[in-house]
Design a protein around this ligand. Structure first.
Ligand code: ADP
Ligand code: MG
Ligand code: MG
Length: 896
């Protein structure tokens, strides 16, 4: 039983771990009886063994010998033979697709002898030499690490010498000469001959594919896509079929639906008389599938049949690579295709309507990240007079991007790191542009179709992208481009529309997206305003899937909102309560002075006066908020931030007093104030006198807030409302703290009830944002009716990271050396912080089974974190109003 090698006829699509995505799907297509050239897959296990030991496992060498032998017997041809040679491609293919990231070598097995055999076999000498020069070129570049431009330049020279522009115009003799030139390049650059032995070619190519897993750009891509570094890649060895055998041959890529818009119908690019990457590289302009129907109706019909077969089999959008060799169709690759956010929603609903998937599946095929992309603004429709259209090209990935034009990936990264928005403009992109594409807000290319590298990668990462802008003359050396009489230099602002393909000079105003319109104002308004059928279809799809998410999810979704205005917006976006009302936001402006007086009061009378002034203001805030949130839980957090935020700045005040002293006009009040500020100055305010500590130290402050809440509730009850206020105590570390506050709350509520003649009995609970609180949750639960996890502070206090400082200080370093793959402030650190959440939930509920559990940190709106919160049994997540729809969707996805 082979350990490291599997024939295409042995696997299936579920073995992606072992065979990689490409290998598993080649096996699946073979199983389905589709025309796949025979071949075998070297497993990821072999690659991992190679990475572990730094050497090819000896068993692998033997298994490859046997597999090649099997292929040769099957086809009746021999690798490198003078007569009827067998040629193979050596193709990388990891578990997760990494477009253009890794290496593939075609035509392996050609040498000085077998090139003659190939010429005889095909009856086409030109083709044989073209294939040979391609092998040396690809092998030289990817296996021997020779600068690819050397080969490209030699090819250009050969074309120039013949006075032609396309490589198809070179004849056999030209190509034969080119092969000699290429061999010389190999000799000069690598210090060795181009390997003539086919098995040596094969072995070297396999190792090169293994090695391509570890290249810098592959690592960068994995980090961006959060793909683990230790998976390794499989290697597929596949019998060559030839799209470069003259006018009845060609190669293409196809999608079973439009991956950009989600439109139904087949869709693709085809290039006559071409091989491999020619289509994707955008070297020549391609034909559409409709054109292919004219050129070769039989092959076209067979292709369409295969595409339908694949789509009903995978029950999803598939993308496909195919080659036609003298009228015979060959399938070279398929996979479930990447798609844009609008396409994801539309296709999911189409597939439901076509009875291919259920609504639950439709829900699991869209993501919160995609929904949030659809929420972003778009360019305002204009009459054309208000903006300068530079060109209109192919929309490859939607969005509205405005930024400064840059013409190389290094500048893109540099400028982006300085906080500038940049649009990366390239003639075409290749994998070396990846860093620049990540840094840019948008990508624009002059060449290539919707399946070009730029388009595929941009779609994958949700970056706005326009491709194939042939009117653009891009001059990377001069850092400029010209089109329609305009010259755009590096740093000039341009705007690209990934939905229409338009490119404008200068800034262009943006408007809310139709999906955002729907989320805020409802289906009818959005449908009425939508400009076209496709937009209406998209809005309906989002609506259907979100409704299903709402019906499916277990987690409730609340919003963080501090004012009646925010609360209204949160409700319209679907929030079912307020999980966090930050009362400190009510102490801005002139109220800040009142708080300052409370804190610095010289005596009780002064303090009481300040508190009395604040009471009616706070009461009104809460009354308004509770009116807006009538009938829904509204969790109000008592004042939390560090003391110094309410005091005059120490330095400024010192300077003021010093200057006054110089002029001999000292204000005694300032001097007293300065002394107080000095006394209260803290080295580490975030770990200082804040939250419940402040409430226990400054008499009357919490009392004021609790009274304001209780009186607001009484007022709402009297007005016939249904207020559901809850009182939340921040930064609790010990049950004693909570008991003191709770006792005060109970007696104030009793007082207010007596005064107003109504029953005010509000739940009191606490934040869990300190490790000690999480660990003593069983005790806290004796005093708390609910917990709300403040995961921002909990992350900060668990890691000992200052969340305000880390980003600039060392996170980029930590990301680069792999200590952190994602910021723990963005996605919950499940192992550490998550464990505390889990422990606290368990211990809290052990004491009080009906304890309500929620989360109100940024993580409440983060897709991955939401899954985690669902899994540990929290009752709700609370996030910013804008993220509420994303949280609804993700909570639904977590439940299916
Ligand atoms: P990628 O993962 O970058 O798409 P592939 O392994 O699919 O790389 O190969 C690169 C190109 O070579 C593709 O266009 C593919 O269709 C083509 N190709 C790969 N193997 C063969 C083969 N056996 N015969 C003909 N073309 C091939
Ligand atoms: Mg491919
Ligand atoms: Mg906090």
């Amino acid at each position: 039983m082979a350990r490291y090698v599997k024939d295409f006829s042995e696997g299936d699509k579920d073995q992606k771990d072992l065979l990689g995505g490409k290998g598993a799907n080649l096996a699946e297509m073979t199983r389905l009886g589709l025309p796949v050239p025979p071949g075998f897959t070297i497993t990821t296990e072999a690659c991992r063994a190679y990475m572990r030991t730094g050497a090819v496992p000896p068993e692998l060498r033997v298994e490859v010998t046997m597999a090649v032998r099997h292929l040769e017997d099957q086809l009746g041809r021999r690798l490198g033979d003078f007569h009827e040679p067998l040629l193979v491609s050596v193709r990388s293919g990891a578990k997760f697709s990494m477009p253009g990231m890794m290496e593939t070598v075609l035509n392996v097995g050609l040498n000085d002898a077998s090139v003659q055999g190939l010429a005889a076999l095909s009856g086409d000498e030109r083709f044989a030499w073209d294939s040979y020069r391609r092998l040396i070129q690809m092998f030289g570049r990817t296996v021997l690490d020779i600068d690819g431009d050397l080969f490209a330049d030699a090819l250009d020279k050969a074309k120039a010498a013949r006075g032609v522009t396309a490589d198809v115009d070179l004849d056999a003799a030209d190509l034969r000469t080119l092969v000699d030139t290429y061999k010389q390049i190999v000799r000069d650059e690598s210090g060795r001959e181009f390997p003539q032995h086919p098995r040596e070619q094969l072995d070297m190519a396999i190792v090169a594919v293994f090695d391509s897993w570890g290249t810098e750009r592959a690592q960068l891509y994995r980090r961006k896509e959060r793909i683990p570094d230790d998976l390794g890649t499989a290697v597929n060895v596949c019998t060559m079929v030839f799209g470069n055998l003259g006018p009845t041959s060609g190669t293409g890529v196809a999608f079973t639906r439009d991956p950009a818009s989600g439109r139904t119908g087949e869709f693709g690019d085809y290039l006559v008389n071409a091989q491999g990457e020619d289509v994707v590289a955008g070297i020549r302009n391609t034909l559409s599938l409709a054109d292919l129907e004219d050129v070769d109706p039989a092959a076209h019909a067979e292709l369409l049949q295969a595409m339908r077969r694949l789509e009903t089999h995978y029950r999803d959008l598939c993308d496909i690579e195919f080659t036609i060799e003298r009228g015979k169709l060959w399938m070279l690759q398929t996979r479930v295709g990447k798609r844009t956010a609008p396409a994801a929603f539309r296709i999911a609903c189409q597939l439901v309507d076509e009875h291919l998937i259920t609504m639950d599946e439709a829900l699991s095929r869209v993501t919160g990240a995609q929904l949030s992309q659809l929420q972003f603004p778009q360019f305002a429709p204009g009459d054309g007079a208000d903006r300068v259209l530079l060109t209109k090209a192919m929309p490859a990935s939607p969005g509205a991007a405005v930024g400064m034009a840059v013409f190389d990936p290094e500048t893109a990264q540099q400028w982006a790191s300085e906080g500038k928005d940049v649009v990366l403009v390239r003639r075409e992109t290749n994998p070396d542009d990846l860093g620049g594409m990540i840094a840019a807000v948008g990508v624009l290319t002059a060449r290539g179709g919707k399946t070009s590298h730029a388009a595929v990668v941009a779609r994958g990462m949700g970056r706005t992208c326009v491709v194939g802008a042939e009117e653009l003359v891009v001059d990377s050396a001069a850092r400029s481009m010209t089109t329609r009489g305009h010259t755009v230099n590096e740093g000039d602002v341009i705007a690209i529309d990934g939905t229409t393909g338009e490119v404008f000079l200068g800034d262009v105003p943006v408007v809310p997206s139709p999906v955002q319109r729907y989320l805020e104002d409802g289906l009818d308004v959005a449908l009425a305003e939508a400009p076209d059928d496709e937009t209406r279809d998209l809005v309906r799809a989002v609506h259907r899937i979100l409704e299903h998410a709402d019906a499916t999810r277990r987690l409730r979704v609340h919003a963080n909102a501090d004012t009646a205005e925010d609360a209204l917006r949160a409700r319209s976006l679907g929030a079912e309560g307020i999980g966090l009302c930050r009362t400190e936001h009510m102490f801005l402006g002139e109220r800040r002075v009142l708080v300052e007086r409370v804190v610095l009061a010289a005596d009780d009378a002064e303090r009481t006066a300040a508190l009395d002034a604040l009471l009616p203001l706070q009461r009104q805030d809460f009354t308004d908020l509770l009116a807006e949130m009538d009938g829904l839980p509204t969790t109000i957090r008592l004042i939390d931030p560090p003391l110094h935020e309410f005091l005059p700045d120490l330095t400024e005040l010192s300077v003021k007093v010093a200057l006054a002293a110089e002029r001999g006009k000292v204000d005694e009040r300032d001097v007293t104030l300065l002394a107080a500020v000095r006394r209260m100055h803290e080295a580490n305010p975030m770990l200082g006198l804040r939250g419940v500590r402040l409430g226990l130290v400054v008499p009357g402050l919490f009392d004021l807030q609790i009274r304001a809440i209780a009186e607001a509730v009484a007022a709402r009850l009297a007005a016939g409302g249904h207020p559901h206020a809850e009182i939340m105590v921040p930064l609790v570390a010990s049950v004693q703290e909570l008991r003191l506050v709770r006792d005060r709350a109970l007696s104030i509520m009793a007082e207010v009830s007596a005064e107003q003649g109504v029953t005010v009995d509000l739940p009191v609970g606490c934040m869990i944002e300190l490790p000690r609180a999480a660990l003593t949750a069983d005790r806290l639960a004796t005093q708390a009716q609910f917990f709300s996890f403040g995961t921002n502070d909990l992350t900060q206090t668990t890691w000992g990271f200052s969340r305000d400082d880390v980003e600039g200080a060392f996170f980029s370093q930590y990301a680069a050396n792999g200590v952190l793959s994602v910021s723990p402030f963005e996605t919950i650190d499940v192992r550490g912080v998550g464990e505390l959440v889990k422990v606290a939930a368990e211990r809290g509920r052990a004491t009080r089974p009906d304890l309500t559990l929620g989360v109100c940190g940024e993580h409440g709106g983060d897709p991955e974190s939401i899954r985690f919160f669902d899994s540990v049994g929290l009752d709700y997540v609370s996030c910013s109003p804008f993220r509420v729809p994303v949280a609804r969707l993700e909570a639904g996805r977590a439940a299916v």
